[in-house]
Design a protein around this ligand. Structure first.
Ligand code: ADP
Ligand code: MG
Length: 291
């Protein structure tokens, strides 16, 4: 860790707040709403500023999330396996950007790096104009819990918890039990509203083993949204579901994007799914091929 790095969270938080990545201190202290995802209603955001502009947008919008010349290899014994070999990727705010590629092409690796679950060997990752590939563990945790929502192919729900409790886990972790407990009614209400929104209002007390795959993924979506993230990162969210159920999950994601302006980056190996994004990039040979 270099000495130049900000001590603790404050410097990063101030920066991210300036970029409006994080809800303000007060809101977070009281454990309530950030500016992004309203749990209860699908009210359209108060006018997407640039969409309504009279003037043609001359300069290209800065991406919300981008990578520059990203490299990542894995080591297996004496072998080094290059997976990403200079990936330039950009996801615009308010858009669904899909990443398609064959199995083993490095899609999950790229998504995990962007989600700060792992570190690149070289290159840059920027989120809301903030460099995020060199954060320390505490800063990454803070970023993930406050600005990123993540969903995965296999849902990763905790089997002993109910649907409602699963949705609440990110809040319990990020706020700590005392602060969670103090505001538990508000959080529970928000979790119930989110479950209602994904069509699971009648399943709040079910455990994961009592749910179908589609219902588990809906729960995972509600969990990803509980902390009102600025961006949703999805790794093959329909990869374990039949076509119809996968389509229903895509409908939820598209509705979130359309009605709440949620930015989504989604990885898939399925062309039909990838085509549903506003932008699609293909990973081949460790690099991006524009489609
Ligand atoms: P995709 O999601 O496109 O299927 P991944 O990003 O999971 O691809 O994997 C890309 C390549 O990196 C694969 O060849 C995989 O075997 C390898 N790989 C992924 N994670 C690891 C790891 N932790 N250690 C070693 N090799 C890995
Ligand atoms: Mg994968």
């Amino acid at each position: 860790m270099s000495n130049a790095e900000p001590q603790g969270l404050s410097a990063l938080e101030i920066r991210l707040q300036r970029e409006s990545v994080l809800p303000d201190h007060e809101a977070r202290r009281h454990g309530v709403t950030g500016p992004h995802i309203a749990a209860s209603k699908f009210t359209p955001p108060a006018a997407a500023p640039e969409a309504k502009s009279e003037k043609p947008a001359k300069k290209k919008k800065k991406p919300l999330l981008e990578t520059k010349n990203l490299h990542k290899s894995y080591r297996k014994g004496r072998l080094t396996i290059p997976v990403l070999r200079g990936v330039d990727f950009a996801a615009e705010e308010g858009k669904i950007t899909t990443i398609i590629g064959q199995s083993g092409s490095g899609k999950s690796t790229l998504l995990h790096l962007m989600g700060t679950l792992d570190s690149p060997d070289s290159g840059e990752i920027n989120f809301a104009n903030t460099r995020i590939d060199k954060l320390n563990i505490r800063q990454r945790d803070a970023l993930r819990s406050r600005a990123f929502g993540m969903i995965f192919q296999f849902y990763h729900l905790l089997p002993e918890l109910t649907t409602l409790e699963n949705v609440l886990t990110p809040i319990m972790i990020s706020h700590g039990m005392w602060r969670y407990w103090a505001a538990r009614k508000k959080f529970r209400k928000r979790a119930e509203e989110l479950l209602e929104m994904v069509g699971l209002g009648h399943r709040v007390t079910h455990k994961p083993r009592e749910l179908s795959g589609g219902e588990m993924q809906r729960t995972a979506i509600a969990r990803a949204l509980i902390a009102q993230p600025r961006i949703l990162l999805a790794d093959e969210p329909t990869g374990n579901l039949d076509e119809q159920t996968g389509g229903e999950i895509m409908d939820i994601l598209k509705r979130l994007n359309r009605e709440q302006n949620l930015t989504i980056v989604m990885v898939t190996h399925d062309n039909a799914i990838a085509e549903q994004g506003h932008e699609t990039i293909r990973l081949t040979g460790g690099r991006v091929e524009k489609t």
